[in-house]
Every structure is written in structure tokens, then in C-alpha cells.
Design a protein around this ligand. Structure first.
Ligand code: SF4
Length: 337
């Protein structure tokens, strides 16, 4: 069972100092077992009401501020993410009546992680300069790995602490030209897919839970890009466009919606703006007359859910490409979202 640093002492101190009466806690789906039970047990010793947000939480873009306010909570504790990439939204979430605490929940491995197979792999590939990345839970493991690389005489490139989000791999672009390849510490394929689509260097993924190493090469980048190309070719034929917005605090982007509306209006193309809290295939299915959609909320909706949607759904940058505001090379060099 995985363990995480839940910063319990700091949380309890804050609760006692402020004498909060009720708190809402929000966890990503993967942490709804042991970490939730642990925090619930600790908070039950304090004299306050504890609520747990039941809707899925995919990122800090998804702070349950409205729910906390409806419940009359004075504190929202959001686990599993930092404010990285969403500083403004996090600042605006805190108000006189609601405090917000973000707890990144760094992973605590049961035993020291063994990086020697990774060093062997990098040596085999003859890399000299290694670009580093990790999801927030594994940033501390990335610190350790960086030290080991340096001791082994590798050059290291690491921007913005190396942190990546599903929608944000800018820390990798910055070092892309200068490194031989990337090592990313994370689990699952979601972040891998984002890296493959938005960078052009070989990638080694190290899964800190299983210790497994997966290599991704040029063909994997091509496959991810080819899938987008096929979808964009279909979207190009659309006569009626839908513009998808989200009402979530960290995903609502009126400026982007307005840009899309203007571009479609200039070309006298029929369009409809639809805003939902959670965008899913059922929402889109209600608008069968729309030929293609552009998503102004989480860009991963367009990427990861494409098989479940009946119509092409494109990211904002892909839309700009379709409407001649960006070149194909811009997508290849600076990403598809
Ligand atoms: S916008 Fe999407 S990818 Fe970015 S943090 Fe939110 S849920 Fe994750």
C-alpha cells in the first residue's frame, strides 16, 4: 500500500489556530483509500465537522470551492496537487470565508528506490545530458535521482523543478534542444502520452511503485502525433462548430472562448458555445448537429477521451492550426496543447 506525506502536523496546527468548525477534504481518485482513512482518523480527534468531496478531482484546476462554500466550510484541504500552473486560480479560491490548503502528498517509498537499472539504461543509450521530469508526488524522488546522475558524471537539465502536469510539459520544452533524452518519474500512461505528443526526444519512464522502466522512442512520438493528424483532418471538414467551456474555477477561460468565437464569426461559420461543469460524451451527444468541437477547458479532454466522442474534439492550439493561426511546425515544436 502506498504512503504519502500528508503534512498532518501542519494541518492540525492550522485547524487549532483558526478554530475552524467545518472542513471539506478533497482527494484525487487514486488516494481515496489509505490516505483518506488516515486523515479522517486524525481530523475526527478535532472538534469539527468533516466532509469529503465525492466528485472526481483531476487537478488543482478542480478545487471544490463552491461545494465548500455551500456546506459552510471554513477550510478546504486539497490533496495530491500543488498550485503549479494555477497560481492565480488558487489565489482567487481563498476568500474571507474560506481558507484553502494544498497538500502535494509526496510519495514515501517503503524502501529506498533503486535507481541503478535506470543509470544502466541511460549509460547503454550513451546519453550525456538528461532532461528530468516528474509528477508532483515524485518530485522528491527526482531530487535524489538528480544527485545520483551528477555523481555518475551526467549533465542534468531540470527546469521549474521538473514538474509536469497532464496539460503542462513546458519544463521539458525548455531543455529539449540540449538534452539527449528525458527521464520522467511517474506512474501510468496519462503523463507519458502528454510528453510523447509534445516533445521529440526519447523518453524513459520510471514507475516508482513497481520499479519498472519503459522506453519510448521516435516511433512512439510519431504514433501519438499521427493520431492527432488523422483527427484534425476530419475536423477540418466541419460546417458547424461547438465551443466547449467549463464552469470549473481553474478551467474556465473566457478569453479563449471569445477568441474562438471571433475566428468563427469572421468566417461566418455556424457555432454554439456550450458550458458544462464536467464535459463528457453524454454532454456532447445532446448536440448531434455539431460537426466538431474545440475544448477551451482541460485540453486532455480532447486527447484522452477521443475514442469515446462521436465527433472530433480538438484543443485550442489545434483549432488555431485548423484556422491558419498556427503552422503544423508550431504544434510539433511547442506542443498540441
Ligand atoms: S487542466 Fe486537465 S490536465 Fe491540467 S491540471 Fe486540470 S485536469 Fe489536469
Amino acid at each position: 500500500m502506498s504512503d504519502y506525506d500528508l503534512e498532518i502536523d501542519q494541518i492540525v496546527q492550522k485547524i487549532q489556530e483558526n478554530n475552524y468548525q467545518s472542513v471539506l477534504i478533497q482527494f484525487p481518485e487514486g488516494m481515496l483509500d489509505k490516505p483518506l482513512k488516515r486523515i479522517k482518523k486524525i481530523l475526527s480527534k478535532e472538534n469539527l465537522k468533516v466532509y469529503v468531496a465525492g466528485d472526481p478531482s483531476y487537478g488543482v484546476c478542480d478545487l471544490a470551492v463552491d461545494l465548500a462554500k455551500k456546506l459552510g466550510c471554513e477550510l478546504l484541504i486539497h490533496f495530491g496537487h500543488s498550485q503549479f500552473g494555477f497560481q492565480n486560480q488558487v489565489n482567487s479560491a481563498s476568500s474571507e470565508s474560506l481558507d484553502v490548503i494544498l497538500v502535494p502528498a509526496y510519495y514515501i517509498p517503503p524502501n529506498a528506490l533503486d535507481y541503478s537499472p535506470l543509470i544502466t539504461e541511460i549509460t547503454k543509450k550513451k546519453w550525456k545530458t538528461v532532461g528530468l521530469a516528474a509528477t508532483i508526488q515524485h518530485i522528491k524522488s527526482l531530487d535524489d535521482f538528480e544527485e545520483i546522475l551528477k555523481v555518475n558524471d551526467f549533465q542534468v537539465i531540470r527546469y521549474d523543478s521538473g514538474q509536469i502536469l497532464g496539460c503542462h510539459v513546458n519544463s521539458l520544452y525548455k531543455g529539449m534542444k540540449d538534452c539527449d533524452g528525458f527521464v520522467s518519474i511517474h506512474a501510468g500512461y496519462f503523463h507519458t502520452h502528454g510528453i510523447l505528443l509534445n516533445t521529440n526526444k526519447p523518453l524513459i519512464q520510471f514507475n516508482p511503485y513497481s520499479g519498472s522502466i519503459i522506453n519510448y522512442e521516435e516511433a512512439d512520438h510519431h504514433k501519438a502525433i499521427q493520431q492527432r493528424f488523422t483527427l484534425l483532418t476530419k475536423a477540418k471538414k466541419a460546417q458547424k462548430w461547438g465551443i466547449l467551456g467549463s464552469s470549473k474555477l481553474g478551467q474556465h477561460n473566457w478569453k479563449m472562448i471569445s477568441n474562438v468565437q471571433s475566428l468563427l464569426a469572421e468566417r461566418e461559420i455556424n457555432n454554439l458555445t456550450v458550458v458544462a461543469e464536467n464535459i463528457n460524451p453524454q454532454v456532447l451527444a445532446n448536440f448531434a448537429f455539431i460537426d466538431a468541437w474545440v475544448v477551451t477547458a482541460c485540453p486532455r479532454i480532447a486527447i484522452d477521451d477521443k475514442i469515446r466522442f462521436f465527433k472530433p474534439v480538438v484543443t485550442f492550439r489545434e483549432f488555431l492550426y485548423l484556422f491558419d493561426q498556427l503552422k503544423w511546425e508550431n504544434l510539433l515544436e511547442q506542443g498540441f496543447f
